[in-house]
Ligand binder design. Structure first.
Ligand SMILES: [Zn+2]
Length: 604
């Protein structure tokens, strides 16, 4: 190849860096959503009913856990000076915790934003940030959800959230009633966003009295009602979570939840409704969210109604679950606290309403929230593990067809430990009445499935990282040779290529591309592959420039003292450079790695 001038060198530099920036997305951020899974639900003998006939989900957008339970002087705008005794702001939700249902903290993952929070709650998966490469389309990849598994879902709330569950779901299954985007104006009283939702729900049930088609639709089984309450997020951003406005908004939400609960229970009169109250993410003291600060990741979870376990009360002291001290000032020490990971809520909702688990859900069913007996819990835990294993099975079979000599995940690699045999062993434990052992094994199996998904996700990392490292090292060497050639030798160096060197580099490229082709790799991999070979070939061909250049550069250094001084200067220079980039690069890697760990699963 002819030597490139300054222009050519700059063009290569720009193209190379642009292409290699993308490698971050190919390594760390690939969608966890795959298709082709069979859906699982809890097996029940004929005539046995699911725990509930319908489910009501309330999401207080941006409600952090502590504020939902702590006591404050009355923050109402009207009664500001009337009473300064601290009292719980959400007495109705608190009454569910004290005497009706089960509660805990739902821990979200980063980024603590509305979209990934709702996807975790309703689809049970931790969405990756690959959406940036697809131009933030509404749904870069369509995913399954609890709503999609319902017979029908009615939802009310923000146009930022509801459409993403409606799109991609079975057509006509999800009704979304939304206010206009202008309603989210920060200068208005944001509690109106919540009262708007409550009023809409009330009017739906009122109109059912005059509309028999609607009435019978509402009385179908396996229905879901989703109330997205954006007020708290808006007041949190405008006034911060310590403000009277935010605390008052909690009161508004609590009152609305109480009214809707009563209305629904009166409408159906069968006591077969399950209720779940939670949040998509929290809110920092500065009125922001997005990062992994505990104020952003801790949200309340309260479940009550049909199928939900009643509170476990201690006579004195501290009930289990409060060990971290986070709930010390909630005055709920006597009630056992059961924390969950956010995606577990999707599994809980599917279970309660008797639905299939959403096919991409990686949530673990929190058994402590279930009212059923041990046999019911054992069946539920097995179905939950099988649903997550199904994702593993599909991803593994995809991997098997696309990589050379696939090495299976070790925990499932022997015949005895195969997915099939492990599930069958649990089934026989249930059949012989060993429910606790079956639950233990199911939980272990589910953890293995999650580990296995992580294994598949990182399967190609070594290869990709090696390729990218070779590319960057090649770039450094190539740039060095070019600079020496242009500025030290003034273009006088000769390129030397032999038949052997030419055929070696060409064969390397052909072998690499063939293996990428056989493994059905994306086109970007081909781009990552060409740079190391091009750079190293150029460096090899112009190796004489390196020797000639180094002679010129080092000619003024002589004697031991001269070389020693030069070595010290070089080490000091590299140390300073390292010190400059170290905090940044270690932080960046930790973040990229933790984000990708959260995405558990994807096929590289
Ligand atoms: Zn927000």
């Amino acid at each position: 190849m002819a030597k490139l001038g300054r222009g050519g060198f700059l063009a290569i530099a720009v193209i190379f860096h642009l292409v290699y920036i993308f490698s971050i997305f190919d390594i760390y951020f690939v969608s966890p959503v795959v298709s082709g899974m069979r859906a699982y639900k809890v097996e029940r003998s004929q005539g046995t009913q699911p725990p509930a006939k319908r489910l009501v989900l309330f999401v207080g957008d941006g409600l952090r856990a502590d504020k939902a339970f702590q006591s404050f002087p009355d923050p109402s705008p009207a009664g500001s000076d009337a009473d300064s005794t601290p009292r719980p702001l959400a007495p109705f939700l608190r009454s569910r915790v004290l005497s009706h249902g089960t509660f805990g903290v739902s821990h979200t993952r980063v980024p603590t934003e509305s979209r990934p929070g709702h996807v975790a709650l309703i689809a049970g998966l931790y969405e990756d940030v690959s959406a940036v490469t697809t131009g933030w389309k509404l749904n870069p990849v369509n995913f399954d959800s609890v709503f999609n598994r319902s017979s029908h879902t009615w939802s009310w709330g923000s146009p930022d959230i509801l459409p993403m569950f409606k799109e991609g779901a079975v057509s006509g299954r999800i009704d979304a009633d939304m206010y206009g985007e202008e309603a989210e104006d920060y200068t208005q009283d944001a509690t109106e966003l919540d009262t708007w939702v409550f009023e809409k729900v009330k009017s739906l049930f009122v109109s059912a009295k005059l509309n028999s088609t609607l009435d019978s639709a509402l009385r179908e089984e396996k229905t879901v009602f989703f109330l997205h309450l954006l007020g708290l997020d808006t007041t949190g951003h405008s006034y911060r979570p310590y403000s009277k406005e935010y605390l008052h908004n909690i009161k508004v939400v609590d009152q609305g939840v109480e009214e809707i609960t009563k209305l629904v229970e009166e409408f159906y009169g069968d006591g077969k409704t399950a209720f779940v109250f939670t949040a998509d993410h929290g809110m920092s003291d500065w009125g922001s969210h997005g990062d992994g600060h505990p104020d952003n990741t801790r949200t309340p979870l309260i479940a009550w109604g049909s199928g939900v376990a009643r509170p476990k009360k201690w006579e004195s002291g501290k009930a289990p679950g409060h060990e971290d001290g986070f709930s010390a000032d909630w005055d709920l020490d006597l009630i056992q606290r059961h924390d969950v990971a956010q995606a577990d809520v999707a599994a809980l909702m599917s279970y309660l309403a008797g639905l299939e688990f959403p096919v991409n859900s990686v949530g673990e069913l929190p058994l402590a929230y279930l009212a059923g007996d041990m046999e019911e819990k054992a069946e539920a835990a097995l179905a939950n593990a099988q649903a997550v294993l199904e994702i593993y099975r599909v991803k593994e079979s995809h991997k098997q067809t696309t990589v050379f000599r696939y090495q299976p995940y070790s925990a499932f690699s022997t015949e005895e430990d195969s997915i099939y045999n492990r599930s069958r062993a649990i089934r026989s434990k249930i059949d012989s009445g060993q429910f606790e052992e079956a639950i233990r094994q199911s939980s272990e199996l589910l953890q293995h499935a999650l580990e296995g998904l992580r294994y598949l996700q990182t399967y190609n990392w070594l290869f990709l990282r090696a390729l990218v490292t070779l590319g960057y090292l090649g770039w450094i060497a190539y740039a060095l040779v070019t600079v020496i050639d242009l500025h030290v030798l003034h273009g006088a160096s000769k390129t030397k290529r032999t038949f052997v060197s030419n055929s070696t580099f060409t064969s390397l490229l052909i072998i690499l591309y063939c293996s990428l082709f056989v493994q059905k790799s994306p086109w970007t991999y081909y781009a990552y592959g060409i740079f190391p070979i091009y750079f190293w070939e150029e460096v090899f061909a112009r190796r004489s420039a390196l020797t000639a250049g180094s002679k010129t550069i080092f000619r003024h250094i002589s004697g031991f003292k001269g070389y020693a001084l030069f070595a010290i200067q070089a080490v000091a220079f590299i140390a300073i450079l390292e010190a400059l980039v170290w905090p940044f690069s270690s932080n960046l890697h930790a973040q990229a790695d933790s984000i990708s760990r959260y995405n558990h699963i994807f096929t590289v």
